[in-house]
Design a protein around this ligand. Sequence first.
Ligand SMILES: [Zn+2]
Length: 414
Amino acid sequence: MERGSSLRCYLCDTVLRNNDQSRSNHMRNFWKSSDDPTRCDNVQISLNRRIVTVPLITMPVEVDPVVSMARRRPSTWHREREVRSRYAVKQCEVSTVDAQDLTLIQNRWDEKLTELSQLNDSKFWRLFLAMYTLSGTAIDSALNVVKKMFMSEVDPKRFPISRRSLLEKMGTLTPFWPQVLHTTRIDLSRFELPSGTKEICFKFVDPIWGWLVAARRQHPLELHWKPLAQRLGRELYGQGIHCGQLFKHACASVPRGSFPMCVGLHWDGTGAHGLSSSPICVCVGNSNSCKSDTQFCIGYMPHVPDEKKPEWTKLVSATTVKWYIRQQCAAAILKVLEEAACRGIKCRLSNQHNEEVIRLLYPRLTSMNLTNLRRNVSSACRISSGARSAGEEGVAVHLRNAKDMTSRTYLVYL
Ligand SMILES: [Zn+2]
């Protein structure tokens, strides 16, 4: 669809009047595959096939520059959602499939949220959730003042006046997080560290669970499950993930009736209030949104106590240890993803009518951006169904086997 008043179907070039029924019919074609004979441009080709024309080439043929392939077709947010609304994801029959069932954990999570909201007064939650990212002192003094001035009628037990008392109260409930936590031990005995550390523990939230929590925060029309049709010979890829080859391949690699769960995995060092850490996040790759709610932090890169000593960090062996820890952490996370990528995930997610339907999703690692110790080297580049970071040390890459379409983790040395 192009520019305002004279709308044209980008597949078959038919001029469409605004609010026309045919406009809606053409939009449905955008989600059909190129070999679908009912897609509007294919219907036209079969009509035109009766006239045989032989093109006469009189001058050199101009090929579109590569830049134009990446160019975004003029569009608006409303139009994007309108096009996306032309298909709904239906409930999937997954009883016979050996998929990992996350619906039970989703039920427990929903129960936990209800329990939590009942723990305190609704007014308390409204106030607390508006300022929970602030410092502890700021939260405590705000809660105190608000309670004294405006909350005389609220039951004092249902309005904690400090973050500490809130956490204590929350601690009395059955803990949820152990159900979705993974722990791995990284053996460091061969490095003979001066601190005597033999192994470190790396704890992380299940990346699949993290993805699901972030995906449930998104508007259903922002999540893509089918590749957008491309006009043959006039492909444009810059519009979003749903136009790209990566997404197309991911969709082609999953069984019929299921959809790809596009997972991005990345980490980067950061620092605030005198503390530095390297959060590891998963992101929802089925969306074109770049908002922070598409991300979920699954854990933090572990460190050895020796890193506090500046004389040790200058050694070459310190870099080797750091890289080794990163490799092992990446491998542990990819192992979880790999198992899910083979078996599939049964979960509940809203479709465009805001109805939660059971779906079968297959995780596909679509990007993996790692920070690099040598920042002058390009830190991240995307490749099909996996990603890599350039560097001297090997990096773990998740790739699909062409024969049986199963995913494997490989160590790649660049
Ligand atoms: Zn059309």
